[in-house]
Design a protein around this ligand. Structure first.
Ligand code: SF4
Length: 67
């Protein structure tokens, strides 16, 4: 899981399933929405941020009444 977007330094998390890739792949200043489990060849380790994101996700999931 760590080599997926959730563990990438270019990922910005938005909710429990999605976030944005901060690499402007098309050069149009657009940052595509990606899933936590997506990946690509430009993946770079985000280090400790991975565990911070996991903690954030767990906190969100534990607060959500339908889950
Ligand atoms: S699409 Fe690639 S570069 Fe962008 S956040 Fe995901 S793994 Fe990282």
């Amino acid at each position: 899981m760590k080599t997926k977007c959730l563990g990438c330094k270019y990922f910005k998390i938005e909710d429990e399933e999605h976030g944005f890739c901060r690499i402007d792949k098309e050069g149009k200043n657009t940052f595509p929405k990606v899933k936590l489990s997506d990946d690509c060849e430009q993946w770079r380790d985000c280090g400790q941020n991975y565990y911070i994101r996991l903690g954030w996700l767990r906190a969100r999931q534990s607060r959500s009444p339908e889950k």
